[in-house]
Design a protein around this ligand. Sequence first.
Ligand code: SPQ
Length: 430
Amino acid sequence: MSHQILSFGQPQLKGTISVPGDKSISHRAVMFGSLAKGKTTITNFLAGEDCLSTIAAFQAMGVAIEREEDRVVIESNGVEELVEPIEPINLGNSGTTARLLLGILAGLPYHFTLYGDGSLSKRPMDRIANPLREMGAVIDGRDNGRLLPMSVRGGKLKSIDFKPPVKSAQIKSGVLLAGLLAEGETTVQEKTKTRDHTENMLKAFGADIKVDGTTVRIKGKTPLHSCDIEVPGDISSAAFFLVAAAIIPGSEVMIENVGLNPTRTGIIDVLQMMGAAIEVTETKVIGGELIGNIRVTASELRPATIEGEIIPRIIDEIPIIALLATQAEGETVIKDAEELRFKETDRIESVVTTLTKLGARITGTEDGMIVHGKTALHGGVTDSFGDHRIGMMIAIASLLIDEKIELHDAACIAVSYPNFFEHLHTLITR
Ligand code: SPQ
């Protein structure tokens, strides 16, 4: 367990950075590049621990994958040539690897065993295993087939029309990937649109996939062809510095080359709603993904009610939005975010516990939280609880105060942002 003493003496943040590649897109690029015949080159790949788990899983199935820093080259003979792995597949901490990979393995005529770390082993897998069972896969696991470790006997799948009971891009993606390997046409009809990187990228790899509002249709058995992917910067990583710039007096930060896919930009909307000085410049579209620069300058903030359709567009940013709300004058309410309870930690509980410890006035609710700002925070002993986004939220909170914060298990930040502290130090000015 790594300990870190956070004591920055109330600096300002100033400067320009590019955050590492998008985690969701990096995972998908490795998966689809491995399923496609030919050579796929990925640039600006996120070499965080989660995406390295995805690489290792496909290497175990015989795909040649070479990585040099943030450049990955995949040479695959296509899905037909994947082999049965000899050893169980370790998914580490990664929910995305688990849910999407289950969709792929369900369509392969082999047996697989999957396991993850303590956190991932508590996260529900029945939400993806159930539709895959309906398609014909045989999946079993701990707690009546609900939790990892799990075994999969994949093979011939039939298509389904699926209405996900939860708002989840991972479930939509897992079913679409099984649909890609199934006979016939599979449909996924969401109630609220979630991130659509799977749809965009499968199109680029040549899949027969159509999107009509919140309904996605995929025709099975269409072979993928290789396709080079340039990964945009991860807006979920950028969010920590965008919020820091908004709440630390005298700050001005610019994040360059960050993904602006509308299914992910809820953090921009929330910052605007709360009165932050934010400027967005769109620069290019690559592989169906909009990319641009975001500049935030510190300003007075007002509270907001955050609910409904925006929630999937900010789901991973809610911990840092909670910190933002502690610095806004008045009561911020976050609702409809019950999915937070199924992340690396129960993020309603871990955010409320942590911010309360640091002096914030915050109450957890069944599907969100109420934050009573504006509050001066203080130091203390905290724990990331092994959740990278909680660890980064604590590090940003420490910039607001003169006292020190002790952070237990800071190392988990490497799951999504290995050079987070290096970037933080680049921006610190006095
Ligand atoms: O991969 P993992 O661990 O599930 O990662 C998280 C995160 O905070 O980085 C969630 F804990 O992001 C998910 C996100 O919450 C990544 C993701 C994706 O790439 O499809 C979708 C979201 O999860 P879900 O369950 O809503 O589909």
